[in-house]
Design a binder for this molecule. Sequence first.
Ligand code: ADP
Ligand code: ZN
Length: 710
Amino acid sequence: MELTKAKAALKKYFGYDSFRSMQEEIISTIYKGEDTLVLMPTGGGKSICFQIPAVTMEGVAVVVSPLISLMKDQVESLRVNGISASYLNSSLNTEEQRQVEDDLYNGHLNLIYVSPEKLVSQNFLSLLKSIKICLFAIDEAHCISAWGHDFRPEYTQMKFIKPQFPTIPIVALTATADRATRKDISLQLNQHNPKVFLDSFDRPNLSLTVKPGQKRFEQIVDFIAKHPNQSGIIYCLSRKSTENLAGKLEKKGITAGAYHAGLSSTERSSIQEDFINDTLPIVCATVAFGMGIDKSNVRWVIHYNMPKNIEGFYQEIGRAGRDGTSADTLLFYSYQDVMVLRDILTKNESDQNELKLAKLERMKQYAESLVCRRQLLLAYFSEQTTGQCGNCDVCKNPPEHFDGTLIAQKALSAIARLKQQVGSTMLIDVLRGSGRKEIMQRGYQNIKTYGAGRDLPIRDWQYYLMQLTNQGLIEVAYDENGALKLTTSSKAVLFDGNKIQLVKMQVADKRAEREKAKAKTKTKRERVRDDLFERLRQLRRELARKEGIPPYVVFSDKTLEEMAAKRPLLDADMMEVSGVGEKKLKRYGNLFMDQILQYIKEQQKVGVKIQGSTHIITYDLYKQGLSVDEISAERDLNPTTIYSHLAHLYTKGEPIDLFKFFTQEEYDRIEVAINAMTPPFANKDIYEYLKEEVPYYKIRLAWAHYEKKG
Ligand code: ADP
Ligand code: ZN
């Protein structure tokens, strides 16, 4: 099977012009009948890898998927793209199951999604034996490995696939990268010499930001105001805090739901449904939320508290921006959070505590990072990157260094004088000369450095202490309530005159200033998310509601953004938009183009000219039955211009009857003339060749017909 066929199917069914880096290779490997193991991040485009073979190869693709909700979602997405797919799992009644099995038996399906239990049931196996299968795809393949974080015993049954169907390729797909699991998957599946495809786990469309965990609520309200009409998730640590936060947001007039394991399953699924259908924009949730959903247009994720490890964090922010268009992530960080997590971890009796604490430490490093955060994340997943990502807060606001020796000396000397017995809060209070009772009682007002750091606000001190800790000048004794201790290098600063560099606290005002300046030169994305985008989004929601499917299944945000930017008004242009395949063009194309045209007309009325739309306005009048002269009068344009619009529309494939404007005889004359020309040539040359007997506009139109005819 050649790849040209695969490419044609990609355009026809999915509306995409090209494969992503690894998809092509994976598909060729499947065509060759070889087993593959595909490791790609969420949103990387794994599904296409087996869906394209499914529609181009003979026989049905059997896809094993662990989550019933995901099966439904995938099948719906395939169907609106004109691909015949169904699923079999316990959610169907007997009659429905029989219908699907009939379709399967009669070869009506390109893809069948099944639960692992269903796959290995005797009846189903014998059905499979009687039909033609092109491949087995095992989605979320890490579930087969006891090494993985999501082991499912029923997956182990899948080792029987290979012996039962030795010639049919098995594609295993997962977003779990870790080495041990990877190896185990192929082993468990009995894959035959599988080709392994390991894609980068980078998600460049996710912006990464960490902010100090003060005034979190105000910061969240501010953040939401900057992301109007967008879906987002706020992860909280406890059930109670999800409810508190959602309640506080509601009071501010921001619609938000709370989701946690304490809710009944009906409550939970209703929140999930509303979120999927864009009727509930924001969910405050514990980390369980988001697992069983494929919603591709989650535009932001906030972590109210720091997660326990980078794996969890990455998985949670990974739920944003699955459609590949930009999405924002924000983590609130405070030292207090680290202490709380340490407490929780150490209290739990477990032989893995060391490991867990080490993982927490890596998470803390991420939050405190003064170098590109993405670099740090990817390094954690053993991926080397070069340079700055440009899409994290550190890259956007590069740190400025200064000589911090004096600040360090003040802090270290205070630590020494406080006998290395106090934590950071007390240290800062002493440095700033706070008069609170505890300080007075302990007599700390008498030490030499009391009040020596009055000139700096608390936040700055916290930031500098964090840096001193990360530079190895301070050690935190977690087992002594976080008391700060000196180290050998801190002694070198105190007594040997060692100099040290610190990073300036990025003053909030300064940052705000920069943001303001940026707002003036709106980014491309912001411009795209304008009124038109909003209208298209409303239309999408309306259509989705009528059809009972999620809005992102109608079109992804990415597709809508492109539509709003390119404003296609003709079928041919609509097809150019990524994500618009043949079926969707037929089903939704006109509705979206009508909306775009209406928008353009309204803009025109208020004097805003929209580039590239003039021929469409002509076309609109033409379709209303106006003659060329009438259109030219109405639009105050030369008739020649109107004719040239019609010619252009005709070449774009619009059904315009050109023979209304010239006779067959005239056309034949013009064709002879064109054939007699040596390129390059212009209308004028034809005009002269025909002895100035045929008017220009007829030549223009006939030429269009000639070109189209090929
Ligand atoms: P995964 O299963 O790896 O999480 P998906 O298969 O759902 O990812 O793909 C993520 C998004 O990228 C989807 O919106 C999908 O349609 C889109 N996509 C996949 N392949 C391509 C491609 N070649 N060109 C453009 N978009 C693509
Ligand atoms: Zn960066």
